[in-house]
Design a protein around this ligand. Structure first.
Ligand code: 1HA
Length: 270
C-alpha cells in the first residue's frame, strides 16, 4: 500500500491512501504510551479526517509490531492528569474517545502487540478491531492507580458483558487475541504479517457501502448506548438530511424572503 502523509506531527503519523486515512501513535520505545500532546495531535488528525468528505474509513494503529498503545504515559502523569508542553494536567484522551464516537465514519483499530490501559479503551472505542495474533489486551488501572469509569467500563460491559468486564478491571490480567476474540472484545484475529492486508480488505469492503447508511447505523448504536448525547448525534444526522430537502429549504427561503412558508405540497408519508 502506498501511504502519503496528510500532515506532519511530532508524536503521530497521519497518512492516507485513496479514501482510507491512517493515524499511527508513534512512541514505540514506551509501547506507544500517549502524552496529552500526542492526544491533541490525534484530535487534530481525526478532526481533519472527519471534515474531509473524500475520507470514508479511518484506521487507528500503533507504530511497530510490539504495541498498539500502553495507555497514558505514566512518566508525565502529574497532579490530576497527564502533563504536556502547556504544563496543564489533563485527561484529554476522554475528549478523543468522544470525538471517535461521534465521527460519522467507521474507525477500525489495527492492533499489534500490547493494547493496555487507556490504549485499550481507544481500541474499544473504535467501531471494529482487527488484531494480529501477537496482540494482548488488558486494563491495568487498579494496579497503577487509575480507572476509566466511562466508556472504559460501561461501554466495555456492553461489549463483553458485565461479568467479563468486571473480571478485566478487578484482576488486571492480560488476554491473548484469541481469548479477546472469544470474549467478543474484538472482531478478527489474523497472523501478524497479514494484519495490514486484512484491515485494508475490510476498509475497502466498507468503502463500497452507502456512507449515509453507515453514518446512521453508527449513530443509532451510539443513541442506544450514549443516552441523550447519542440521541443528539442521531437527531443531528436527521437534521442534516432534512436540510437537504426542498421541504426543509422552503422554511429557510420563506424566512429570508419575509413571506409565510408554504409546506402544502410536501407529502405526508404514512
Ligand atoms: O486510566 C487512564 C485514564 C483514566 C481516565 C481518564 C484518562 C486516562 C488516561 C490514561 C489512563 C491509563 O492509561 S492508566 C494505565 C497506564 N498504562 C499502564 O499501566 C501500562 C503500563 N505498561 C505495562 O504494564 C507494560 O509496559 C506492558 C504490559 C504494556 C508491556 O510489558 P513489557 O513488554 O515487559 O515492556 P516494558 O519493559 O514494561 O515496557 C517497555 C518500556 O516502555 C519501559 O521503559 P524502559 O524501562 O525501557 O525505560 C516501560 O517503562 C515503558 N512503558 C510501558 N508502558 C508505559 C511506559 N512508560 C510510560 N507509560 C506507560 N504506559
Amino acid at each position: 500500500v502506498e501511504w502519503s502523509t496528510v500532515k506532519e506531527y511530532s508524536e503521530i503519523f497521519f497518512e492516507r491512501t485513496d479514501a482510507i486515512a491512517k493515524i499511527t501513535m508513534n512512541n514505540p520505545r514506551h509501547h506507544n504510551a500517549f502524552t496529552p500532546d500526542m492526544v491533541q495531535e490525534m484530535i487534530d488528525a481525526f478532526s481533519i479526517a472527519r471534515d474531509d468528505a473524500s475520507i470514508g474509513v479511518i484506521i487507528l494503529t500503533g507504530e511497530g509490531d510490539k504495541a498498539f498503545s500502553s495507555g497514558g504515559d505514566q512518566s508525565v502523569r502529574g497532579n490530576g492528569g497527564y502533563v504536556g508542553h502547556d504544563h496543564i494536567a489533563r485527561l484529554n484522551v476522554l475528549d478523543l474517545q468522544h470525538l471517535m464516537r461521534i465521527i460519522p465514519k467507521p474507525i477500525i483499530a489495527m492492533v499489534k502487540g500490547w493494547s493496555v490501559g487507556g490504549g485499550n479503551i481507544l481500541q474499544l472505542v473504535c467501531d471494529l478491531t482487527i488484531a494480529a495474533d501477537n496482540a494482548m489486551f488488558g486494563q491495568t488501572g487498579p494496579k497503577v492507580g487509575s480507572f476509566d469509569a466511562g466508556y472504559g467500563s460501561g461501554y466495555l460491559a456492553r461489549v463483553i458483558g458485565h461479568k467479563r468486564a468486571k473480571e478485566v478491571w478487578f484482576l488486571n490480567k492480560f488476554y491473548t487475541a484469541k481469548e479477546a476474540y472469544d470474549m467478543n472484545w474484538i472482531n478478527r484475529v489474523v497472523p501478524l504479517a497479514e494484519v495490514e492486508d486484512a484491515t485494508m480488505e475490510w476498509a475497502n469492503i466498507i468503502l463500497q457501502k452507502s456512507p449515509t447508511a453507515l453514518r446512521f447505523i453508527k449513530a443509532a448504536m451510539n443513541a442506544d448506548t450514549d443516552g441523550l448525547a447519542g440521541l443528539q448525534q442521531f437527531a443531528g444526522d436527521a437534521t442534516m438530511l432534512y436540510y437537504t430537502t426542498e421541504e426543509g429549504k422552503e422554511g429557510k427561503n420563506a424566512f429570508l424572503e419575509k413571506r409565510d412558508p408554504d409546506f402544502s405540497k410536501y407529502p405526508k408519508f404514512p
